[in-house]
Ligand binder design. Structure first.
Ligand SMILES: [Zn+2]
Length: 384
């Protein structure tokens, strides 16, 4: 059935409802109190569908959530059970350089960062949507720098040129509405050799650690990960698994909780592939095309290959006044591409507009052909 919230993993608009829940909530709570637990029809990711959007969650975590309450809060290292959980994370990095730039996302009042500080780490940063949490960190005598912000924000506006060697997402991704934008933003501020530590509840073991019926389905936990969906999500953002495992920890004196945790690093070959797309998206000849369009100059395209087919589908290209499409290949002549019939270059004999050479492989031969035919038109080599 159609979903209100598209699948946060694959963006599919349809899913199947597994369970629905209606909450009665505080008057000033911006979240939709009706949630449907759904499985994506396409990738089978399980998540909450509701009318809440990113803005509502940002508002909720800034104003309503209680992570600043150190007595009740989770992630403040005040209780032994919470401190043990966080210490386990710090211990994973015990042999690392103490000068690493470390960023804890959803840092609450800084419990995890304080344990890193106790280990001797010097460059510690926290990001949290709640001003109250940030105030608590900055009021403590420590070197930790804390910033108010959301993962949906442009993190470059918060951190400038700074890149991080370790980004920690401990019990964060299950709360995030737009997880793809969040990871895209994080990859931008990760150093080339940086690491991302992710820890999320393990939905495959909710049944093994039953607290109460439907306890794991809250208004806050809107994404339910398995080992596979977590790795798929990170993989989609060019992050490869360096280590991934399951754990169980205490969330009170007696209650245990299931989680998956993993360490991910940039898959350089995937990043290089993305870099090719970015590089290709900055065409040098757009200015040339603008001039042809603005001055209503008729053009002939020479070359009916893949580049031309791609360009004919481009919105900017569609605005050109294209009079001819020519190619020396007799197999192509007479065939129709879009609204244009491929013709022989000889048909340009009386054409007075500009010839655009659109062939990365044969442009030298085409240039020679134009010279041999003594055409006097302006000629532009397309590199778009
Ligand atoms: Zn999906």
């Amino acid at each position: 059935m159609p979903l209100t919230r598209k699948c946060p993993l694959c963006s599919s608009p349809t899913g199947s409802i597994l369970h629905t829940q209606q909450f009665i909530i505080e008057d000033d709570n911006p979240l939709d109190p009706h949630i449907s637990l759904v499985a994506c029809d396409h990738c089978h990711f399980t998540f909450s569908d509701s009318r809440s959007i990113q803005k509502d969650y940002n508002n909720y975590y800034a104003r309503i959530s209680s992570y600043d309450n150190e007595e009740l809060g989770f992630g403040n290292a005040l209780h032994t059970w919470d401190k043990d959980r966080l210490q386990e994370v710090v211990n994973l990095f015990a042999d690392k350089d103490l000068n690493l730039n470390i960023l804890d996302i959803g840092s609450a009042t800084g419990g995890l960062l304080q344990l890193f500080e106790e280990k001797g780490f010097k460059n510690l940063f926290g990001l949290d949507p709640s001003d109250r949490c940030i105030d608590k960190i900055t009021s403590k005598a420590s070197s930790i720098k804390a910033f108010q912000g959301n993962l949906s924000d442009d993190l470059g506006l918060i951190f400038g040129e700074k890149k991080f060697d370790l980004i920690i997402l401990s019990h964060v991704l299950e709360h995030v509405f737009d997880i793809n934008s969040a990871l895209k933003n994080l990859v931008k501020i990760l150093n080339k050799n940086g690491l991302i530590y992710v820890e999320v509840p393990d939905s495959s073991r909710y049944k093994d650690l039953m607290h109460a019926p439907f306890h794991y389905f809250s208004l806050e936990h809107i994404n339910h990960f398995t080992d596979l969906s977590l790795k798929t999500l990170l993989g989609l953002h060019g992050l490869k698994v360096l280590q991934c495992s399951k754990k169980t920890f205490y969330i009170s004196e007696t209650e245990q909780y299931p989680a998956i945790y993993g360490l991910f690093g940039l898959d350089q070959e995937f990043q290089d592939f993305l870099a090719y797309i970015e590089l290709s998206s900055q065409p040098e000849n757009h200015e040339v095309l603008n001039q042809l369009i603005n001055n209503n100059i008729p053009v002939a395209i020479w070359g009916a290959g893949m580049q031309t087919m791609r360009l004919l589908g481009d919105d900017k290209f569609k605005k050109l006044d294209i009079r001819y499409l020519v190619d020396s290949d007799k197999n192509k002549q007479g065939r129709k591409i879009g609204n244009l019939f491929v013709q022989s270059p000889e048909n340009l004999k009386y054409f007075q507009g500009t010839i655009l050479i659109s062939s990365p492989s044969y442009h030298q031969q085409i240039t020679q052909q134009i010279r041999n035919a003594h055409y006097t038109n302006d000629v532009i080599l397309l590199n778009v």
